[in-house]
Design a protein around this ligand. Structure first.
Ligand code: PEP
Ligand code: MG
Length: 324
């Protein structure tokens, strides 16, 4: 198995009929980075910046953040590293920044927090930009966006941070800025967001939770949490259409991308990048290398006629089994 992984590492993720897509990884700790490089990740689709924040007992300062981000960027350079701005609230609580709400997942989380605290956002973005100096492989991604004015406000702050660090004498390339599609409203405004962003990235963990109104962490309703629910699949198709109508790349960085059966459907839908845990990457790559885009599209057409996640999953398993 180790040998198989080794030979797979340097092979492209390409279907049998020559359709190429990129397999990236989700990271948070330096340990993830080493594992990712060993497994042939072509970039980082989601670096969860809240992870180093969670490991401390106060907000890390600008110099401290710059050092942490530099390590991530340097380890992957020249490959792209997509750094998500602080995504706290919901299920992610910082002990030194308590948020008490009746409905945390519908409350103050992600970009909503950092737009209300521009000082936190500016320090973080300045640290990311300074860390990217000379490497130029940074991409910035915004979590939990709900409307266009939020994106415009975030873009204005990023521009301000950029101007500040340039005035201080740093030589930084302005990074691509992307939007996470996690709130269902964005499914219906994907094109408008794509027109104002450099990339879209689907957070399927939250998108599934919000589309199906099922708490992603509640064991009692875990059976209802289904990323293969027909409504989720249709939403994903609309997102890809919206992004591609504006010639903007679209990725997916939720757990779904690391599921081999789901990955076949995502490839058929036209996702440009699948970002997953390093552990899932070899398996997904070997499955995608064993099927053609045409076959995957036929499978997608077939499952879109089914009415339940159970039937869709059964059809996928059936197909994967015949592939070996
Ligand atoms: C997601 O929601 O799918 C996602 C990737 O973000 P997180 O799991 O960190 O909320
Ligand atoms: Mg999320």
């Amino acid at each position: 198995l180790q040998k198989d992984l080794e030979t797979l590492k340097d092979k492209p993720c390409e279907t049998t009929d020559g359709h190429r897509l990129s397999l990236w990884v989700n990271t948070g700790l330096m340990a993830d980075v080493m594992r990712s490089l060993e497994r042939g990740a072509e970039g980082v689709g989601l670096y969860r910046t809240e992870v180093p924040f969670l490991l401390r007992d106060r907000f890390p300062g600008e110099a401290e953040q710059t050092k942490i981000y530099r390590e991530q960027l340097a380890a992957f350079a020249p490959k792209s590293v997509t750094m998500r701005t602080l995504d706290v609230g919901g299920d992610k609580a910082l002990p030194y920044f308590p948020i008490n709400e009746a409905n945390p997942f519908l409350g103050w989380r992600g970009l909503r927090v950092t737009l209300d605290h521009p000082e936190i956002f500016l320090v973080q973005v300045r640290a990311m930009l300074k860390a990217s100096e000379g490497l130029d492989n940074l991409r910035i991604m915004l979590p939990m966006v709900t409307n266009i004015p939020e994106l415009e406000a975030a873009n204005a702050l990023i521009l301000r941070a950029f101007n500040e660090v340039m005035e201080e004498g740093h030589r930084v390339v302005f990074p691509p800025v992307g939007v996470m599609v996690e709130v269902p409203a964005l499914v219906y405004q994907a094109r408008e967001f794509a027109a104002r962003a450099d990339f879209l990235s689907v957070g399927s963990n939250d998108l599934t939770q919000y589309l199906l109104a099922v708490d992603r962490n509640n064991a009692r309703v875990a059976d209802l949490y289904q990323s293969l629910h027909p409504a989720v699949l249709r939403a994903l198709i609309l997102i890809v259409e919206g992004a591609h109508a504006e010639q903007v790349d679209v990725s997916i960085c939720g757990e779904m991308a690391g599921d081999p059966g789901a990955a076949v459907l995502l490839m058929a839908m036209g996702f440009d990048v699948l970002s997953m845990s390093a552990t899932s990457l070899p398996k997904v790559k070997s499955v995608l290398r064993a099927i053609s885009k045409v076959q995957a599209e036929a499978l997608l057409d077939e499952v879109l006629k089914l009415n339940t996640a159970e039937d869709i999953e059964a059809a996928l398993n059936d197909r994967l089994q015949t592939m070996g």
